[in-house]
Design a protein around this ligand. Structure first.
Ligand code: AMP
Ligand code: ZN
Ligand code: FE
Ligand code: FE
Length: 279
């Protein structure tokens, strides 16, 4: 029995509709799926309706980027209500994303890369525009050959068209989520770039602020690393969550449920989340 608690649709920087995400999860044999678009909840109703029609269990989610040095800290939120302190904050974050996108476009134009806002919007297919959409337009213009190259040469932290997002403390998101009745899990924890002892300290801190989970099963993590992360999660009394981080064509080679082929998130993880939520 497998589940997938980390997926993106067209309502952020995935290429599939929420309906398609659910159908792919059913095809992959998942018993449960969470949709976790960046900074927004707009795809959840469609996904919920499709899930109800197919019988797969559905978890309302989102993924929020918080400030962190040296890497980046993404928080997965689960059981997110449509209204409440967290959804209010998401609206602010989308406004900041808009500001970032304007500046990013200007920087690319300054580099004599003449792409337009309209092209990026068409690529996105929704009003949440992300860097992968800029990457896709750069490919269309023949400026780069791949999304990875677009990030390396232009879009990644430290590259010439990189623009900082609004500073958001991870603890602020943990608290807003808790006040909203949502649970949180640190996504792809290796992107924090921490040594084991530092990660230990961070998890102690965040567990005190209401963190519930640590993403331990993840498409690009090998079996040994996943085992280590599960052990770290257990040590801190966190739920070892997991998912593919499916983005459709924006992250080639990743499939819902199975990631790059080996992913297998046990369905007990969702049972644990549900019981944490109840208590
Ligand atoms: P944004 O939220 O618009 O800043 O974009 C974040 C998205 O960019 C996430 O989906 C990441 O997976 C993707 N991303 C970040 N860094 C890279 C990279 N080096 N290569 C490919 N995708 C990346
Ligand atoms: Zn994304
Ligand atoms: Fe992420
Ligand atoms: Fe993600």
């Amino acid at each position: 029995m497998v589940i997938d608690l980390h997926t993106h649709s067209r309502f952020s920087d995935g290429s599939a509709t929420p309906t398609e995400v659910i159908d792919l999860a059913v095809e992959a044999g998942c018993t449960a799926i969470a949709l976790t678009d960046h900074d927004g909840l707009a795809g959840l109703t469609e996904a919920e309706n499709r899930a109800a029609a197919t019988g797969i269990a559905f978890v309302r989610g989102c993924e929020v980027s918080a400030s962190f040095q040296p890497g980046s800290l993404h928080l997965l939120c689960y059981f997110v209500p449509a209204e409440g302190p967290l959804s209010k904050k998401l609206a602010d974050l989308r406004a900041d994303r808009e500001r970032r996108n304007e500046q990013l476009l200007q920087l690319l134009n300054d580099l004599r890369i003449e792409i337009t806002r309209e092209e990026v919007e068409v690529e996105a297919g929704s009003d949440v525009i992300g860097r992968p959409h800029f990457a896709a337009v750069l490919i269309r213009h023949g400026v780069v050959d791949s999304i990875e190259e677009a990030f390396q040469r232009f879009l990644a932290k430290g590259a010439p068209a990189y623009v900082e997002r609004e500073h958001v403390e991870p603890v602020e998101i943990l608290e807003l989520a808790a006040r909203s009745g949502a649970l949180t899990s640190i996504a792809h924890p290796m992107t924090l770039g921490l040594a084991p002892a530092e990660l230990d300290r961070l998890l102690d801190d965040y567990a005190g602020s209401g963190l519930t989970g640590l993403e331990s099963y993840y498409s690009s993590y090998d079996a040994d690393l996943q085992k280590d992360l599960v052990a770290i999660a257990r040590h801190h009394d966190l739920v070892p969550t997991g998912g593919s981080d499916f983005h459709g064509t924006f992250k080639p080679g990743l499939q819902i449920g199975i990631g790059r082929g080996e992913l297998c998130v046990p369905d007990e993880v969702l049972d644990e989340l549900r019981s944490r939520r109840a208590s």
